[in-house]
Design a protein around this ligand. Structure first.
Ligand SMILES: Nc1ncnc2c1ncn2[C@@H]1O[C@H](COP(=O)(O)OP(=O)(O)O)[C@@H](O)[C@H]1O
Ligand SMILES: O=c1ccn([C@@H]2O[C@H](COP(=O)(O)OP(=O)(O)O)[C@@H](O)[C@H]2O)c(=O)[nH]1
Length: 199
């Protein structure tokens, strides 16, 4: 165990448009983590035309959660391909069922989970202005994704919170401020804890 091992598997959760991808990209760049964006992995799967491509595309269009076994397979492959033992998982698990299935199959539990807390109105504004050409970034699907987030994904945050693993970020703040908060939890606090054990 060392400074790095303490926080080597980080989960990032938050509503659609809360800034998860933006912050994960920063974490990856600054601290040598591999950024595993579950949404991007699914979009790549759709593009590849694999056996599940049409099913995944249809579910994403509706803002629904893709079956755990499909997501886990894709995620496991990305973890293996990364050849890194430090990774940040962006946007997964999205339901308690996702979480239990992933932990049962991989035995991987995050060291901690960063929760991006952001008002719905701000998330909606960000998504409608991000212009990434995504099929699900339209107002109808956005509303469905908010509902799925509240009903299925927030219970995952509550679960990790009950284990003392949640670090809440005020995601309505500017990018730099939210990043400083992440930096604190990934570098500064683990370092201080490791010093405690050395002493
Ligand atoms: N803290 C922030 N303040 C303002 N805009 C932000 C912030 N973080 C991200 N954004 C912008 O909001 C949009 C959604 O961010 P993104 O990282 O894609 O969110 P998510 O991965 O949670 O869906 C992007 O256009 C991004 O540039
Ligand atoms: O673990 C995951 C991650 C994503 N998705 C699907 O991919 C979409 C887009 O997810 P992404 O994380 O890219 O975007 P966000 O909703 O956070 O803006 C979601 O609405 C889901 O349909 C999923 O089913 N399981």
């Amino acid at each position: 165990m060392g400074t790095v091992a303490t926080g080597s598997r980080i989960g990032v959760l938050g509503g659609p448009g809360s800034g998860k991808s933006t912050q994960c990209a920063n974490i990856a760049k600054h601290f040598g983590y591999t950024h595993l964006s579950t949404g991007d992995l699914l979009r790549a799967e759709v593009k590849s035309g694999s056996e599940n491509a049409t099913m995944i595309q249809n579910m994403m269009k509706e803002g629904e959660i893709v079956p755990s076994e499909v997501m886990i397979k894709v995620l496991q492959k990305a973890i293996q391909d990364s050849k890194n033992d430090k990774f940040v998982i962006d946007g997964f698990p999205r339901s308690e069922e996702n979480r239990a299935a992933f932990e049962a199959v991989t035995k991987i539990e995050p060291a901690f989970v960063t929760f991006f807390d952001c008002p719905e109105q701000e998330m909606e504004r960000r998504i409608l202005s991000r212009n990434q050409g995504r099929e699900d970034d339209n107002i109808e699907t956005i509303r469905k994704r908010f509902k799925v987030f509240l009903e299925s994904s927030l219970p995952v945050v509550e679960y990790y919170d009950s284990k003392g693993k949640v670090r809440k970020v005020d995601a309505a703040k500017p990018v730099e401020e939210a990043f400083r908060y992440n930096e604190m939890h990934i570098i500064v606090l683990p370092y201080l804890f490791s010093m405690l054990f050395v002493i």
